[in-house]
Design a protein around this ligand. Structure first.
Ligand SMILES: Cc1ncc(COP(=O)(O)O)c(C=O)c1O
Length: 348
């Protein structure tokens, strides 16, 4: 059976390595430190009636609303930020609309835009990965329906300034600005507050990274109430599950754990950057939980050799500006050392 034309023509998300569980996983920016013990306790306390009931998102939406000083009416709970991206594209894009975004950036954004029939227009980061604000503003026109920004971005690590976000919000009052804040904990900044002033802003957050809940699939979308009403028509009424919600509440209650994990990640990032630099490699630090490493023309071969040693990093060799680069997620000291050792063995 033929899929919809826009689906058949979209490229799939690159396939993920199998059996990741037994490997050193420095490829998907997960938390190597796991989740808060309070999360595990909350999961253990889920009872049979809670499992047999459909999930109730009210408490969780209220908790998020209090945390960010917005209203529960400004929130939709999603099955991870990926699901939020899908919901936004599905809600706002009509066949042939333009979607404007950065390149290289998070791969699911152009896929979901194209699946909905958008014509994707990508602007390249500058060669030092800074945000080309003038060029971006010039690309905005009346046909641009959705503008996607990721802050901080992955894989480049670029953090577009808040003032540039505001420039874009003002320059495109008729477009939806999707701001993906999946990595916001690491920069200790969010633009959620701007939803009060800008009704064209949709902010996406995730519990997969700093909170360490990637396996549970939890995120949310925050926006102007009327946008949320539209998104709620597209999002399934039970987008995620009760266990994820309980875990999310527990994760938010343990700010001490969150702070400790981020500090440890920063400490290990500094260690990794220092060691890689000492090996004579070009490393680009970021403010998120990964670094970029240039290994050169042999990137594909080196990547494969690392996989054979059960070390997973993200090979960015096919991406513009990132030929010969890997994205390396920060892990625990033990795993970072195993990665460094394997790298020493496979580098030409
Ligand atoms: C920029 C960005 N957005 C969204 C996601 C997906 O997050 P989630 O696990 O919440 O679906 C990722 C995952 O790596 C990401 O890097």
């Amino acid at each position: 059976m033929q899929a919809r034309r826009s689906v058949a023509e979209a490229l799939p998300y690159p396939s993920l390595p199998r059996a990741r569980k037994s490997k050193i996983r420095m490829d998907l920016n997960e938390s190597a430190w796991g989740c808060s013990p309070k999360v595990l306790e909350a999961i253990r306390n889920v009872d049979s009636r809670e499992v047999s009931a459909y999930p109730d998102y009210q408490d969780f939406a209220e908790r998020i609303a209090i945390h960010f000083q917005i209203s529960p009416e400004n929130i939709v709970i999603t099955n991870g930020a990926d699901d939020g991206i899908r919901a936004v594209m599905q809600t706002y894009i009509e066949d042939g609309d333009q979607a404007l975004m950065m390149e290289p950036s998070f791969g699911m954004i152009p896929i979901q835009a194209k699946v909905m029939g958008a014509e994707v227009h990508s602007i390249l980061y500058q060669s030092n990965f800074s945000f080309p604000i003038d060029q971006f503003l010039e690309a905005i026109n009346a046909d641009v329906r959705v503008i996607a920004l990721v802050r901080p971005d992955s894989p480049t690590g670029t953090v577009i300034s808040q003032s540039d976000v505001i420039h874009i919000l003002r320059a495109a009052p008729e477009s939806i600005i999707l701001l993906d804040e999946t990595y916001h904990h690491f920069i200790k900044e969010t633009c959620i507050d701007l939803i009060k002033e800008f009704h064209n802003l949709v902010v996406l957050q995730s519990f997969s990274k700093a909170y360490g809940l990637a396996g549970l699939r939890l995120g949310f979308v925050a926006s102007y109430e009327k946008n949320i009403q539209q998104l709620n028509k597209v999002n399934p009424p039970f987008a995620t599950n009760t266990v994820a919600i309980k875990a999310g509440l527990a994760a938010m209650s343990d700010s001490h754990h969150l702070k400790r994990i981020i500090e440890e990640m920063e400490y290990e990032k500094a260690f990794l950057v220092e060691e890689l630099t000492r090996m004579g490699l070009e490393v680009r630090n970021t403010r998120a939980n990964f670094v970029l490493l240039r290994v050169g023309a042999q990137a594909d071969v080196i990547h494969q050799e690392l996989v054979e040693k059960n070390i997973l990093v993200k090979n960015l060799n096919r991406l513009p500006l990132l030929n010969g680069h890997f994205r390396v997620s920060i892990s625990t000291r033990n795993e970072n050392e195993m990665f460094l050792q394997a790298l020493r063995e496979v580098l030409p």
